[in-house]
Design a protein around this ligand. Sequence first.
Ligand code: ADP
Ligand code: ASP
Ligand code: MG
Length: 434
Amino acid sequence: MKFGGTSVGGKQAIERTIGIVRGRLSQRPIVVVSAMSKVTDFLYTVYDAIDSADSSLLEERLRELRARHLSVVNELISDPFWREEAASRVEALAASITMSSSMASVISKGEYLSSNIIVCAMNSLGIRAAWLDARSYMVTDEDALKGEPDFDEICRRAPKEIDAAFSGQDVVVTQGFVGISKNGTETVLGRGGSDFSASITGMAVDADVIEIWTDVDGVRSADPRKVPATRCIPKISFEEASEMAQFGAKVLHPRTIEPAVRKNIPVVVLNSMNPEGEGTTILQGKYIEDGPKSVSSKEKIAVVTVSGEAMENPSALLSSLLSVLSEKRVSVDVVAVKEDCIIFTTDSLDRIQGACKLISEFAEVSVSEDYAQISVIGKNVPQLKTALRGASAHVAASPIMYLSRTPSFVNISFVVPKAAACEVINDIHKYIFE
Ligand code: ADP
Ligand code: ASP
Ligand code: MG
């Protein structure tokens, strides 16, 4: 069971979350928690103080960090023993951030703070809850801010560590987001990584189900912050959910589905503010009906156009291009090969300039960040490709139009000017779903 930032954001949210966990105790739940909402963002500003060698600013920010967590402890836990225990754990964690802390170490403290407070609160309410350091099993490579988990090593370590933690206890509480490299360096899995932590943990212990508890009623037909009339999707395939997450639906970390698929474990997305709701069940494709499920968008992308004489031999150009992109670790979302150019989109905004320098040695290249990428996801939807051009003039004019070539055709993506993105999403949502 993974609980996101808003599900552990304060007294009421934590009480609701504990109530939900209490209802599952007979199933031996492993609870993976995020930092309280906004805490990870705040920890970046704590690290800024370290980075700028400003120790009095660091003290000031740590006071704020302590105050936010201690006020939750005081409101939430009435039992004096457990209140004292939680407060001393908060103090110790805040004190562990020093001028020599690494960025990964600092930004992972949010999960350590929330998980300790929740364990103390559970015990104060008579639930036998063990606290487990996820770094006892969540092994990654050396990339401190976007650690690549080592699934095999995690599958070796997690069952032992988690079993040991369960001894004499009803529930084990651990942290999302955090990891440790093989050399013992603190790492994190990248922003929003707690979903990924939960599904990796579920995979490693062969869980019956991976529950992602968040602040909306399941996976919806579009981002509810952009489209007013979204619908909940009761069932969706692994492939569709994975594609949605990779193509902009922020409700799940893009890699959440991968570990679940390995062991064929259903993922259920639920609302901690409305625990009775059905939510969304993510399953193998054979149980899922054909048809469009959602429209999503990605705004932080670049559209890269590669052209010039090199287009006389497009396959050679494509192969040089792919080797540069792989060398520079630029991830590509969609590619279109045209008569006179190759166009692709990427969200690796920090790496694309370095790649373009190399590409410019063998072709002309231009980069634009003025576009947003819109994706319609659903099983077997190729016929929609033409229909969508009628839904919005921007779609008809799009310089890139992509249809996934997987056997179940789950993704149609195109780019439109950023300024028009919200209107296009709403037009398409109306056309398909309303
Ligand atoms: P958590 O802190 O629980 O991980 P997130 O903020 O990361 O929660 O993700 C939940 C949010 O994702 C929702 O509040 C919603 O605004 C947003 N969202 C974007 N696209 C979708 C979608 N297709 N379905 C549901 N929620 C979505
Ligand atoms: N706390 C981390 C973040 O804000 C991880 C997560 O919430 O999933 O990115
Ligand atoms: Mg999230």
